[in-house]
Design a binder for this molecule. Structure first.
Ligand SMILES: Nc1nc2c(ncn2[C@@H]2O[C@H](COP(=O)(O)OP(=O)(O)OP(=O)(O)O)[C@@H](O)[C@H]2O)c(=O)[nH]1
Ligand SMILES: [Mg+2]
Length: 420
């Protein structure tokens, strides 16, 4: 099955907790602190894999977690790092993180860090200072980053085939490559894109055959225009027309319908090199229809082929290769046409609001991380926490908002009583 859009939820590994421990040796009554730091949590990456052509396997598993970091240990032993998770994706995968385009994985082995594992919590050995020689402070590990990810596949092909159903797109692909797409005498035989590698006298290129388009596709008729995203990055389009008129329709009209559907999909798509390919010239009525094309296309070049007998294909491929060998510059607008523009949001260190019960609720990622990394059952840790919040100006801000001693302040899942 071909799946080209998938949502997954990623959670990087949490950092390991720092350790509180003191040296215990014979004849040494006051050993110093020796609790090690926790290990970092595992990161999650996406990596381009040339053997993948669909996002199907990711659709089975909506949630991915990387390993948590291990706890720090006594004797200054650091916790082990959590293992990174590398998720393989097909080339041409666009990664949207929390709704914004984050990465575009185009190359073999290209590895992109998507969510970072949390830092390991500091052990008490690292809190030792000249004044504070026996700290009972250690941090908990930092939570790993999380993100909702939408993946969208845009196949990477050099040449794309477009046209009405039954025009012979799949037949052509099977003739010029080793791909074996389904071919049949009815519309919508092809339900998802097929890729094939073409070797024309030593020049290799990838061709993509996508499902047929019909009139009204931009309104969702037939299979719609969804699959056109897979030819957006191609350098050349072959517009394949059944020129036999066998189905009783006028081939030139069909040609115009496809062009108008393509235009409705994107204003950039027809700026590509498009080669008009009149197929099925082995059938009797084709000559008449070819004349219509000649008249209407004027000096625009077109190619006459039979995907069945192979006639004319060599001349067509020669032209395709000629175009591919020229450098092609993509319009960057083209890529982002359907992609939302990134918005940057400035976040203050914390925000305070008052809920309906008069509780002061403090939010903000910095405060949240600090809270999640604090061991509240250790007095020294708690004191350090209070000091940091004070330095951030939380106390002053709370007072400005009208907090009085005895009021409740909530940070994450913890409630505190406000006092000066
Ligand atoms: N006589 C003749 N028949 C052809 C030629 N090319 C394709 N056909 C036939 O036309 C029919 C449709 O061919 P497909 O290759 O499945 O057409 P398609 O464009 O891929 O169709 P969809 O997948 O439905 O979009 C099949 O019966 C083919 O055998 C040709 O050059 N000459
Ligand atoms: Mg087909």
């Amino acid at each position: 099955m071909f799946i080209d859009k998938v949502n997954v939820f990623l959670t990087a590994g949490r950092g390991g907790d720092g350790c509180i421990s003191f040296r215990r040796e014979k004849y040494v009554s006051y050993g110093g602190p020796n609790g090690g730091n926790g290990g970092k949590g595992g990161d999650i990456y996406f990596e381009g894999d040339p053997h993948k052509t669909t996002l199907l396997d990711l659709s089975y598993k909506p949630k991915f977690n990387a390993e948590d970091g291990h706890k720090g240990l006594p004797n200054d032993k650091f916790g082990k790092y959590g293992q990174d998770l590398v998720i393989k994706v097909p080339l041409g995968t666009l990664v949207f993180k929390n709704g914004e385009l984050f990465a575009d994985i185009k190359n073999v082995g290209e590895k992109v860090l998507i969510v970072k594992g949390g830092r390991g919590g500091r052990g008490n050995a690292s809190f030792k200072t000249g004044r504070h020689t026996a700290p009972r402070i250690a941090e908990k590990g930092e939570p790993g980053q999380t993100a909702e990810i939408n993946l969208e596949l845009r196949l990477i092909a050099d040449v794309g085939f477009v046209g009405f159903p039954n025009a012979g797109k799949s037949t052509l692909l099977s003739k010029i490559s080793a791909a074996r797409p389904k071919i049949a005498d009815y519309p919508f035989t092809t339900l998802s894109p097929n890729l094939g590698v073409v070797d024309y006298k030593g020049t290799h290129f990838v061709a993509a055959d996508i499902p047929g388009i019909i009139e009204g596709a931009h309104e969702g008729k037939g299979l719609g225009l969804e699959f056109l995203r897979h030819i957006r990055r191609t350098k050349v389009l072959l517009h394949i027309v059944d020129v036999s008129g066998f189905d009783g329709k006028n081939p030139y009209n069909n040609y115009k319908i496809i062009n108008s559907e393509l235009k409705k999909y994107s204003k950039y798509i027809l700026k590509k090199q498009v080669l008009v390919v009149l197929n099925k010239i082995d059938l009797p009525d084709s000559d008449n229809h070819i004349k219509t094309f000649k008249k209407n296309l004027k000096d625009k070049k077109f190619f006459k082929i039979s995907s069945l007998t192979g006639q004319g294909i060599d001349i067509l491929l020669k032209e395709v290769v000629k175009i591919l060998l020229k450098p092609i510059v993509f319009n960057p607008q083209e890529e982002i046409e359907t992609i939302p523009i990134k918005k940057y949001i400035y976040e203050t260190e914390f925000k305070i609001s008052v809920d309906k019960n008069g509780v002061f609720v403090v939010t903000g990622s910095k405060v949240q991380t600090l809270t999640e990394m604090t061991k509240f059952n250790e007095d020294d840790s708690l004191r350090r926490y209070q000091n940091i919040l004070k330095k951030m100006g939380l106390e002053i801000e709370l007072e400005k908002m009208g907090a009085k001693p005895g009021d409740t302040v909530r940070i994450c899942d913890f409630e505190f009583t406000f006092e000066k």
